[in-house]
Ligand binder design. Structure first.
Ligand SMILES: Cc1ncc(C[n+]2csc(CCOP(=O)(O)OP(=O)(O)O)c2C)c(N)n1
Length: 367
């Protein structure tokens, strides 16, 4: 038999609505009220300021390591703003903006990052999953939930966040394949921030885009400017509507950039060039959106100043609240709680040994 061609009629769309200078493509503008636009702005600014506060707290030794969101606020707010309370959100470990948007308090995130279990407790009615630290593990979890939603004939949607590095994991491919075959209501948001710790996007995949990986699974995929909150919102809105109406999953690649370190234990100057960061600083999603809002007459300098003040006060209060709560926590023996109703003998032994160690330390401190 001769070789023959199987023609594949595919291409990938790239969507951008606000350019780098905050200028709008009117034809593509999603239908959003002034109030909604201002909520996006507040969500992005709150995440930016909270991220900065977490970095200070980490540098002062109040909390442990965390993964900063700086630069990726638009990708997260634009996506999650499409969810209803009954929808599900599964974050990776950099989703500070999305988590705050869904209603988690800054104090809870501070407590979580200070190492207390209590900070990771999600209220019963809030359909968010805890941070997924194993890269891409949240994708099969999300698809499992989405399968359950379909099975029960509910109208809910599952949105999962992950990075460019996650697309190299088996979990990513299994999740997309399953989601596609069973047409589950899942939206996959890939934040292509160009780096997976020290591995650049070019070394992650030979594919031209990450969005095109959708084609292999037979689902819609789109690449958007991930620093443009309106483009992310519009693409996710389409995907969420499709998922809710039985149209199955979508992969969205948000092209963005991690402006600071991978986590607070990492030094990006060891592996990336300062010039690259400078280029992306010019594409920062926050000033770009502010410019647009100001030019549209929705936001004045004074409004920004007032909001900055309000956010600072809010974060001060949340930090005091977190401190007060943490004073009542912090028994190191808590790590033995909440997994087993009855501790297995080897853990019981460890607990007793650790308890004796703590007592001995206390006595040594007093001596
Ligand atoms: C399964 C697994 N392998 C390796 C790691 C170590 N690790 C932590 S973050 C990270 C890079 C993740 O990059 P990406 O998915 O692009 O997300 P980003 O951190 O850029 O937001 C790696 C390899 C891990 N946490 N889990």
């Amino acid at each position: 038999m001769p070789r023959k061609e199987i023609k594949l009629d595919h291409s990938i769309e790239h969507l951008s609505i606000l350019d780098e200078n905050g200028r709008l493509d009117q034809d593509l503008m999603p239908d959003l009220s002034k109030e909604q636009l201002l909520r996006f702005h507040r969500g992005m600014l709150l995440a930016r300021r909270f991220d900065e506060r977490l970095l200070l707290l980490q540098r002062q030794g109040h909390i442990g390591t965390f993964a900063p969101v700086k630069g990726q606020e638009a990708a997260q707010i634009g996506a999650v703003a499409n969810l209803k309370a009954e929808d599900w959100m599964l974050p990776a470990f950099r989703e500070i903006a999305a988590i705050l948007w869904r209603g988690t308090l800054p104090s809870a995130l501070i407590i979580f990052n200070a190492g207390y279990n209590e900070g990771g407790k999600i209220p019963q009615q809030q359909r968010d999953f805890p941070n997924a630290v194993p890269v891409a593990s949240q994708l099969p979890h999300g698809v499992g939930i989405a399968y359950g939603i379909k099975y029960r004939k509910k109208q809910e949607v599952v949105l999962t966040f992950f990075g460019d590095g996650a697309t190299s994991e088996g979990d990513f491919h299994e999740a997309l394949n399953f989601a596609a075959v069973f047409e589950v209501p899942a939206v996959f948001i890939c934040q292509n921030n160009h780096w997976a710790i020290s591995v650049p996007r070019e070394k992650q995949t030979k594919s031209k885009t990450l969005a095109q990986k959708a084609l292999a699974y037979g689902i819609p995929g789109i690449q958007v400017d991930g620093n443009d909150v309106l483009a992310v919102y519009a693409a996710t809105q389409e995907a969420v509507e499709r998922a809710r109406s039985g149209g199955g999953p979508t992969l969205i690649e948000c092209v963005t950039y991690r402006l600071t370190m991978h986590t607070t234990v990492d030094d990006p100057t060891k592996y990336r060039q300062e010039e690259e960061v400078k280029i992306w600083e010019k594409r920062d999603p926050l000033p770009r959106f502010q410019k647009f809002l100001q030019e549209a007459g929705h936001l004045s300098e004074k409004d920004i100043d007032d909001l900055e003040k309000e956010i600072k006060e809010h974060l001060d209060t949340e930090w005091s609240e977190a401190q007060q709560q943490m004073e009542k926590m912090g028994n190191p023996l808590d790590m033995f709680e909440h997994v087993y109703a009855q501790l297995p003998p080897y853990l019981q032994e460890q607990k007793e040994a650790f308890s004796q160690f703590i007592e001995a330390q206390k006595e040594a401190d007093h001596a």
